[in-house]
Design a protein around this ligand. Structure first.
Ligand code: G1P
Length: 298
């Protein structure tokens, strides 16, 4: 197996029902944190980690995503004519070279594992790959996937991003059964997707960044039904442990926002807004005001 990671899969087929009615016509991944869509944060993170090929697993109603990464000749010509070079530069981050991005459809919502499996023909049998769930937005000095790819290149075994969560939240995640805790890296002896309350083997949860070996794709061929009757990526990774191959959890440096939930999305919006030089003062002033006079804000 190569140990250089150059391809990433972005499962973006979900309906985003938690954000209805907005997601009736706008894919969840196009919803904006400040002024950039969620998917842009994921792409930037992947690029920083050395990813060169981007594979989107989409579904009906997601064509806005394809347009987003396309060149817009009309818009560019207009901005150029008006001398708006700063905005032209902003657009650069949305460009992909021809053939650098591929879209595959998941025809049925059969689970995250199935979505990843849909990309199998675009990966070679000897190459590792990354998976990024754009709902999990991670603010970090060194982007999370870059931290993981570096760790993987040193020690090429399946690796999942991991973070401690409160015990009552474990039921919403894939949870690691830890064999040995070495600080930033843990070795794993089992993984459970969405454990029933009170049964979680730890409170170390899988967060949506993975660096996986091609074996995981082979495991997905078995189409094993797991939690919620879905084909789970967690189970295909856990099969590696059963096969005697190592799986690592990686405690990343950074702050994770659950942008799959409304509260998490709002928190990310505030946090990313405060990180911006052009917005910080005004937003901070407003937040202080709201805290002091909550009634006035309603
Ligand atoms: C998915 C994974 C789960 C992981 C989570 C992280 O679940 O199946 O193992 O912990 O992402 O966000 P979902 O949130 O899609 O239900």
């Amino acid at each position: 197996m190569k140990n250089k990671v150059t391809k990433a899969i972005f499962p973006v087929a979900g309906l985003g029902t938690r954000f209805l009615p907005a997601t009736k016509s706008v894919p969840k991944e196009i919803m904006t944190l400040v002024d950039r869509p969620l998917i842009q944060y994921a792409i930037d993170e992947a690029r920083a980690a050395g990813i060169e090929e981007f594979i989107f697993v989409t579904s009906r109603g997601k064509s806005a995503l394809e347009d987003y990464f396309d060149h817009s000749a009309v818009l560019e010509a207009e901005l150029a004519a008006k001398g708006k070079d700063d905005l032209l530069e902003v657009l650069q981050s949305t460009y992909m070279d021809s053939g650098q991005i591929a879209y595959i459809r998941q025809h049925k919502a059969l689970g995250l594992g199935h979505a990843v499996w849909c990309a199998r023909r675009l990966l070679r049998a000897d190459e590792p790959f990354a998976v990024i769930l754009p709902d999990d937005v991670i603010a970090a000095e060194k982007p999370c996937l870059q931290q993981m790819v570096e760790a993987f290149e040193e020690n090429p075994a399946c690796m999942v991003a991991a973070m401690e969560v409160p015990a009552d939240k474990a039921k919403s995640y894939g949870i690691l059964d830890v064999k040995e805790d070495m600080g930033s890296v843990v070795t794993v002896k089992g993984m459970v997707e969405k454990p029933k309350p009170g049964t979680a083997p730890s409170n170390l949860a899988v967060i949506g960044r993975y660096v996986l070996t091609p074996h995981v794709m082979e495991n997905l061929h078995h189409m094993k039904e797991g939690a919620g009757g879905e084909i789970q990526l967690t189970d295909a990774i856990a099969d590696e442990i059963t096969a005697g191959r190592p799986v690592h959890g990686f405690r990343f440096n950074g702050q994770r926002f659950d942008c799959g939930s409304k509260a998490g999305f709002l928190q990310a919006t505030v946090s990313f807004g405060l990180a911006r030089d052009d917005l910080r003062d005004e937003l901070m002033g407003y937040l202080q005001d709201v805290v002091q006079h909550p009634q006035a804000a309603q």
